[in-house]
Design a protein around this ligand. Structure first.
Ligand SMILES: *Cc1c(COP(=O)(O)O)cnc(C)c1O
Length: 438
């Protein structure tokens, strides 16, 4: 008898996550691809409807039809509503992150806008950690005031501070961990504990949601939903995508968020293109574990090398024993099989007063840009190529010098996102660039 996907799937729970990331759901009601080794890419903005009645059902059932994809075939009507390739990616992203559902967007920022957008009305209040990805920072500073949504910033390295800042109209507590670029960690369960003190006194429709941007860690290294987050957002553009070819974003969480997120996406329109979804589904997610395991090894080796370098004041990598939040790192950043997973991002600071250090960091970056073979001066992160950037003069230049200093974005700071090159070569390129700065 031929083994069908269904009989093989009966044993799915026997396999480890690294295997699941490669094989995904194996069988999806979204598309019959039992006989494909690679899921098909679909590219159809509109769908043939066999009758007016079926069309009417498609509209009226949206977006509830796919909540249990194992049971019901969704009726596809139009790409911006729902579409099979993106749907298959969403099933697998939800599974990887340990959520009930995932909704994919055209970029990380579209996903973050939606995660916030479904919570807020004029008069509401958002609390965010004071240090955020630049795009998120712009979204909160530039646009929220125009919607009459108040934003306050707090230091979530001390979660009990929230008690003083949560207001009756607070709807969201928002942060990233590890924090960009300083690699400090926010204790997700500690934040949730404080938020729960307030939620226990509120009706469910006024609950405060804890939203975590998990882009830096990826679900391989950290699963915030299990630690108490209500929603996780990702820029798929980074290490889930992994190859730097496509932009995307996703929001993952519990079932109650599915309908509002799908409606928000339908109406604001920031939908992930099926062609980009296919790349994440076929190349990105299946290789995530293999890439991170190797990137982490490199990060650890480079961290050890930098630690004893005479031109370096400090190295911040969660994998190092001298990492200031060592215990939290070991508790919070673990892979699917329970191993410590400190990730692929590293930050280090050059010695010297502000002006000397800033010149040295810029000198390092310019040397990398001109002479390095295996490191590239570029923003973004999470690719198979090692990327170097200077937060103080590049990604975080929108902040005032005072804000940068307050938040630990040092003038001499350098951020590295490790790729898959041989770690010996990366160390040699770093050593050469360090030799050339005064
Ligand atoms: C890149 C990034 C984003 C934004 O994602 P885009 O895909 O560029 O819109 C959000 N958060 C973090 C931490 C990021 O690194």
């Amino acid at each position: 008898m031929e083994t069908t996907a269904r009989t093989r799937r009966g044993k799915k729970s026997d396999y480890r996550m690294r295997t699941h990331l490669i094989h995904g759901n194996f069988e999806s009601k979204r598309w019959d691809y039992d006989h494909h080794v690679i899921p098909p890419i679909s590219s159809s903005t509109t769908f043939r409807l066999s009758s007016v009645e079926r069309a009417a059902r498609g509209f009226s059932e949206f977006p509830s039809a796919v909540l249990d994809p194992g049971v019901k075939h969704p009726i596809y009507v139009y790409d911006r509503y729902d579409e099979p390739t993106r749907g298959m990616l969403e099933e697998n992203l939800a599974y990887a992150e340990g959520g009930d559902c995932a909704v994919a967007f055209s970029s990380g920022m579209a996903a973050i806008s939606a995660a916030l957008g479904i919570h807020i009305s004029a008069g509401d209040h958002i609390l965010a950690h004071r240090m955020l990805y630049g795009g998120t920072h712009n979204l909160l500073r530039l646009w929220m005031p125009r919607f009459r949504v108040a934003v306050d910033y707090c230091d979530l390295l001390h979660p009990t501070q929230l008690r003083k800042l949560i207001a009756p109209r607070t709807r969201v507590v928002y942060f990233e961990t590890p924090i960009n670029p300083t690699m400090e960690l926010i204790d997700i369960s500690a934040v949730r504990k404080v938020v729960d003190e307030f939620n226990s006194k509120r009706p469910p429709d006024r609950h405060i949601s804890t939203i975590v941007d998990n882009t830096f860690a990826t679900p391989f290294c950290q699963r915030p939903l299990q630690l108490g987050a209500d929603l996780v957002v990702h820029s798929l553009t980074k290490n889930i995508g992994g190859f730097g070819t496509d932009m995307g974003g996703v929001v993952i969480g519990g079932t109650p968020f599915y309908v509002p997120l799908m409606q928000y996406r339908r109406d604001f329109g920031g939908v992930l293109s099926p062609k980009a979804a296919w790349a994440f589904l076929v190349y990105g997610l299946p290789t995530l574990a293999a890439r991170i395991v190797n990137q982490q090894k490199t990060a650890m080796r480079v961290a050890e090398f930098l630690k004893s370098h005479p031109k370096i004041a400090r190295v911040v990598y969660p994998g190092l024993d001298c990492f200031p939040q060592r215990d939290l790192a070991r508790r919070q950043m673990v892979s699917y099989d329970g191993k410590f997973a400190p990730g692929h991002m590293l930050y280090f600071v050059l010695k010297g007063d502000h002006e000397t250090a800033r010149k040295a960091a810029d000198g390092f970056a310019n040397h990398v840009a001109q002479f390095s073979y295996c490191m590239t001066l570029a923003v973004s992160l999470g690719q198979i190529k090692t990327l170097v950037e200077i937060p103080f003069s590049m990604t975080h230049s929108g902040l005032s010098a005072e804000e940068k200093l307050q938040t630990g974005t040092d003038p001499g700071g350098i951020r590295i996102s490790f790729g898959l090159e041989d770690w010996h070569d990366i160390i040699e390129d770093i050593r050469t660039a360090l030799d050339h700065i005064c």
